[in-house]
Design a protein around this ligand. Structure first.
Ligand SMILES: Nc1nc2c(ncn2[C@@H]2O[C@H](COP(=O)(O)OP(=O)(O)OP(=O)(O)O)[C@@H](O)[C@H]2O)c(=O)[nH]1
Length: 203
């Protein structure tokens, strides 16, 4: 019997340009609110939410990083142990989309090679100000092997789905790893543990 209060633990890190809505997505998911006058994140913020998926408790450690360039060296150090990254841009801000290749280079350089990356186009409530079409974003995501989802932290569109789908994918990935590992284990079927993927891609 485990003494832990969860079956799975995953670390999710949000990255992307300043002002795209990373903090608002996290607040919406963890606290169910859209904070008025949300200030810029300084460095890195951290929240936890435990969800239940098919009867199993999944604890999500969610790290919200600052998008501003001047915090980049701090935020980079959080990529390494992430099980998943939520790369966010703002559908009403072309510039935030154009910066995505730069973010992908950061991921390549600092994150674990097994990390699951989801591309999120946020602020879909600003439909009349949209600068990046859904099709263009989907095509880009496909070339980069990323899942793509559009959200509104403000209207609460797809925010639960974003985190819950991600949790399901992480569970399925963890199970595959456990299966692969248990082939050599004397106790197959033990251990739903997760784990952080500790491989170092640092230069
Ligand atoms: N209309 C609309 N505005 C949003 C949405 N999400 C965030 N915003 C607004 O966008 C601004 C920036 O939101 P934040 O969540 O602070 O953005 P961030 O990506 O965390 O920014 P940094 O912390 O500087 O990296 C705020 O004024 C929010 O109110 C959304 O879904 N729709």
């Amino acid at each position: 019997m485990s003494m832990e209060d969860y079956d799975f633990l995953f670390k999710i890190v949000l990255i992307g340009n300043a002002g795209v809505g990373k903090t608002c997505l996290v607040r919406r998911f963890t606290q169910g609110l859209f904070p008025p006058g949300q200030g810029a994140t300084i460095g890195v913020d951290f929240m936890i939410k435990t969800v239940e998926i098919k009867g199993e408790k999944v604890k999500l450690q969610i790290w919200d990083t600052a998008g501003q360039e001047r915090f980049r060296s701090i935020t980079q150090s959080y990529y390494r142990s992430a099980n998943a990254l939520i790369l966010t841009y703002d559908i009403s801000c072309e510039e935030s989309f154009r910066c995505l290749p730069e973010w992908l280079r950061e991921i390549e350089q600092y994150a674990n090679s097994k990390v699951i990356t989801v591309l999120v186009g946020n602020k879909i409530d600003l439909a009349e100000k949209r600068e990046v079409s859904q099709q263009r974003a989907e095509e880009f995501a496909e070339t980069q092997n990323m899942y793509y989802l559009e959200t509104s932290a403000k209207e609460s569109d797809n925010v639960e789905k974003l985190f819950l789908d991600l949790a399901r994918r992480l569970i399925s990935e963890a199970r595959q790893n456990t299966l692969a590992n248990s082939a050599a284990s004397p106790l197959p079927g033990e251990g739903k543990s997760i784990g952080y993927l500790n491989c170092c891609n640092f230069n």
